[in-house]
Design a protein around this ligand. Sequence first.
Ligand code: MLT
Length: 267
Amino acid sequence: MTFAGGHDQQALAFEEHGTGQPVLLLHGFPLNRTMWRPQVAALSATHRLIAPDLPGFGESRALPPSRTIAGMAAAARDLLNALGVERAALCGLSMGGYVALAFAHAFPDRVAALMLADTAARPDDPQRQADRTRRIALIQGAGMAPFAAEAVPPLLRPRTAAEAPAVARRYQAMVESTPIETVVAALEAIRDRPDLRPALPVMPWPALVLVGEHDPITPPAWSEELAAALPAARLVVLPGAGHMANVDAAERFNTEILAFLRGVAYA
Ligand code: MLT
């Protein structure tokens, strides 16, 4: 693990694997870069993977957490600057997908391609916004445990949790180890994120939209909407997978990404 990017000694923790064209992996909420473990061996054989912990998450916990998705995208851009990476293919899952879209919107010259998994360009509706606010109050009043009890089960499809208790425990630990102030700031950032649907038609890059067939958090209909609005997107629904499609259907996820990346020109 290394630290780089950021201002005034504020640096993101990140890991790098492999060589070749860069792929920036953006993790979901309330997780950290270790959620990409099922991808590392397969994707690093041909590409340079750069997986940061977004501000306040994982080992970037010394940093003030970003209170906006755009702030997280700017931190990721700072990391690419520090690494001298001109253009990267962005791969984001869920909150990481919100960050990837915000990054593409703010820094279009730095993007080679988009891989958007279990995510959406639409904002929270009022009901979801109210639920984020309820969760902030829950955490502030009762700490992380009741929040984790609500947040972890919908991440993994029930079968993964039953078949692989170690995977489920790892996710539980990831959530519970995230600092309260980071979780609160990220809930605000997600709740208040803008509608990026109007920006999609002018996002020209090749795009791969992936979604678990049974994703209860960002359902397939939202990925259909995303893929239909992006000019050069392909939609892949991963059978049997839930929200963490990169875990539930890791092999197919990796195969689709590798096939997609083979066609991406970085120039
Ligand atoms: C995530 O997995 O990043 C979150 O569940 C996203 C969300 O709650 O909108």
